[in-house]
Design a protein around this ligand. Structure first.
Ligand code: FES
Length: 154
């Protein structure tokens, strides 16, 4: 009995994976199932939170040193493609100068992921916009760090 259940569960799992492979690139599936940089950073140097047109929200946390992004993490309550996009945009930002991280676009995320279906393009935009907000936050507080004590977000 248990064996039958195991077999039908495996078949279901395989059929879901087959459906996913028809729609998404291998990179999207990988970053969705094994997201990199998921979570929060305590006392980040830059923080961004954006709610996209679909109503889903993403947060990005940055740590910096000598004008470089040393760590970047994300959180989202969004869909699978938004998890893949948050994972990829933080991977792209890590190790870059602040100026270079600020220039990461929706297209950069899409290219790195091997594309997304039309209806999920905005998920990559949400990730790029959230990164931009986090960089803006970093730049706004860079010269006046005392203002952090008064910020409303984390
Ligand atoms: Fe909202 Fe993907 S559907 S971020």
């Amino acid at each position: 009995m248990a064996l039958e259940f195991d077999d039908s569960f495996k078949e279901l799992e395989e059929s879901i994976m087959e459906d996913m492979r028809r729609i998404y690139s291998g990179k999207v599936i990988d970053h969705f199932l094994n997201p990199r940089n998921l979570g929060q950073i305590q006392a980040p140097d830059g923080f961004g939170r954006v709610t996209g047109s679909c109503g889903d929200t993403m947060e990005i946390y940055l740590k910096t040193k000598n004008g470089k992004v040393t760590n970047a993490t994300f959180w989202t309550d969004g869909c699978g493609p938004s998890i893949a996009s948050g994972s990829m945009v933080t991977e792209l930002a890590k190790g870059k100068s602040i100026a270079a991280a600020q220039k990461i676009t929706q297209d950069d995320v899409l290219n790195a992921l091997g594309g997304l279906p039309e209806e999920s393009l905005h998920c990559a935009l949400l990730a790029a916009n959230t990164l931009r907000e986090a960089v803006k936050d970093y730049l706004a507080f860079k010269n006046e760090p005392w203002k952090r004590a008064y910020r409303t977000a984390r």
